[in-house]
Design a protein around this ligand. Structure first.
Ligand SMILES: Cc1cc2nc3c(=O)[nH]c(=O)nc-3n(C[C@H](O)[C@H](O)[C@H](O)COP(=O)(O)OP(=O)(O)OC[C@H]3O[C@@H](n4cnc5c(N)ncnc54)[C@H](O)[C@@H]3O)c2cc1C
Length: 483
């Protein structure tokens, strides 16, 4: 099969019996019709459709090395600078469609699987079968164009003790037993964005947390069909309230859902296991395979799209109410521009200094991307703050579509007009700003940017630990030793 269309994505979802607990309701299928998920699923279907649109398909797909059929560019194993550029362009194209608000579009984890599949020899060091398993799995996801989510971190019960000691070790998902043809997983993991409507769940090690020898039962990597028996999602309250697009322009399109993952004795056949009982391999999972680099390359394309959106929005807002001439307003706009240009420069530096890794994959330079990974979680927090400061009371002068088209229409047109916009248009713009900086959807976006790629505090520690500072210390020592 080739890159999927939206219809094919929906058809597979319709057949899946995914177990989701949501607001007191138990779903065992039918997520695509559920009000919590149907709008964002429609958005995802539109993204799949773009792969077949003559205007975009050359960027979004390439010929499969096995079938020759077009498959998603995010599976392309980059060998040349043009390949890397194409990967970035494909991610940016999708991200532009969602203003960077969708964190778990397929390209994020496809990028990881591409690098992991190419590094099959690294997996084979524990057992040749694991090398074959990861390679076959990558090819399966590529050829079937499956949508994956992942779950990495232990339940947040007591962070004062290692996860292996929380509730006697029972909470965190672990290999409870092995049988003739696989393992049985029991326990839970935080958190899976798009869990309820993904095709596959990747149960992978954390990108940040280090495993110790005591973590052996918790140290594994495998992939599970989303409707596997015993797998269930505890979804949070949805932030898509079924309101018109005018009223909730972002929440009504891009509300991805996050869910705690419970493994109630989920059987995973060996051919879907990539690491078993090996803390050391889990610690090298992303770095030794370059998976984290390719994931971050995708993330920077997405966050660039998001920052471009913020710059456009802030600029329209400040123009609308005539505040652009104030210096502090320009200072805030300059801050957004600086973030945008920093991301672009880091992506460009990473691609310019790309080199083949030991598995022959052209891999962007890690320090610029690691810098972006460490910067954006903090820099993004300023954007809603800037929008709130500049939008001020206008963010509360935001009647709904029913008002704009109802008895209040004349008042709205007159009293909510702005320097550049009529009342109706100004309300539309400010509702978008509200959904970017105030709504529950906006709050979740800020939390997502801060945490989705790991705790920034520990990401920074990992950065320090991995950065070669010796030349700079030597230079200072040499200066101290000068006459
Ligand atoms: C919206 C959202 C979506 C997400 N989606 C996914 C997903 O799809 N898949 C997935 O696997 N994960 C996902 N995550 C989880 C994400 O990986 C974690 O939030 C992140 O790794 C931090 O872990 P935690 O949330 O358990 O925070 P905790 O580890 O509980 O940290 C809570 C606070 O305590 C501090 N703290 C705790 N322990 C330490 C320590 N040892 N040293 C220093 N400080 C410490 C932290 O700095 C933080 O301030 C998502 C998170 C969010 C918020």
């Amino acid at each position: 099969m080739a890159a999927r269309s939206g219809e094919q994505f929906l058809a597979r979802l319709a057949a899946a019996r995914v177990h989701v607990e949501i607001q007191g309701e138990t779903l065992t299928g039918g997520v695509a019709e559920h009000p919590a998920f149907r709008n964002v699923i429609r958005t995802y279907a539109d993204l799949f459709d773009l792969q077949h649109d003559p205007a975009y398909r050359d960027v979004l797909t390439y010929p499969s090395p096995t079938s020759g059929e077009p498959v998603a560019t995010s599976f392309l194993v980059p060998k040349t600078p043009e390949d890397l550029a194409k990967r970035r362009q494909a991610s940016k194209l999708w991200a532009d469609r969602s203003l960077g608000m969708l964190g778990r579009t397929g390209d994020y984890l496809n990028s990881a699987l591409m690098a992991l599949g190419a590094a099959h020899d690294w997996f084979a060091q524990a057992d040749p079968a694991f090398g074959q398993n990861i390679q076959h799995y990558y090819e399966k996801v590529r050829e079937e164009d499956l949508l994956c989510t992942h779950t990495l971190v232990p339940p947040q019960a007591n962070r004062a003790v290692p996860a292996s000691q929380q509730a006697g070790g029972a909470l965190m998902a672990h290999v409870a037993r092995e049988d003739d043809n696989g393992v049985v997983i029991r326990g839970a993991r935080l958190l899976a964005t798009i869990g309820p409507f993904a095709d596959e769940l990747l149960v992978f090690p954390s990108t940040v947390l280090r495993a110790t020898p005591e973590d052996q039962p918790y140290s594994f990597a495998c992939a599970i069909p989303n409707d596997a028996p015993g797998l269930r999602y505890l979804a949070r309250e949805p932030l898509d309230y079924g309101r018109p697009r005018h009223d909730h322009p972002l929440g009504s399109r891009f509300e991805e859902s996050d869910a705690v993952v419970v493994f109630d004795d989920v059987h995973v056949p060996y051919e879907r296991c990539f690491v078993l009982g090996d803390p050391d391999l889990c610690n090298g999972f992303y770095s030794k395979t370059s998976a984290v680099v390719h994931m971050t390359h995708q993330v920077v394309a997405r966050t660039t799209a998001k920052t471009e959106y913020i710059l456009g929005l802030v600029s329209l807002l400040t123009q609308a109410i005539g505040i652009e001439q104030f210096q502090h307003v320009q200072g805030d706009i300059a801050e957004v521009i600086t973030t945008l240009e920093t991301l672009r420069a880091l992506a460009r530096a990473a691609e310019a200094d790309a080199a083949p890794n030991e598995f022959g994959v052209l891999t962007p330079a890690w320090p610029p991307l690691n810098t972006a990974r460490n910067l954006y979680p903090r820099l993004y927090q300023r954007f809603p703050e800037i929008l709130r400061k500049l939008g001020a009371s206008g963010l509360m002068a935001t009647p709904t579509e029913a008002d704009v088209n109802g008895p209040a229409a004349a008042d709205i047109e007159t009293y909510l007009q702005s320097a550049t916009l009529g009342g109706k248009e100004r309300v539309r713009l400010f509702r978008l700003a509200w959904d970017t900086c105030i709504s529950a959807f906006a709050g979740r976006q800020a939390l997502y940017e801060y945490y989705f790629f790991g705790d920034p505090v520990r990401t920074a520690s990992a950065y320090v630990a991995s950065y070669d500072r010796e030349p700079y210390m030597a230079a200072v020592r040499a200066f101290l030793d000068r006459d």
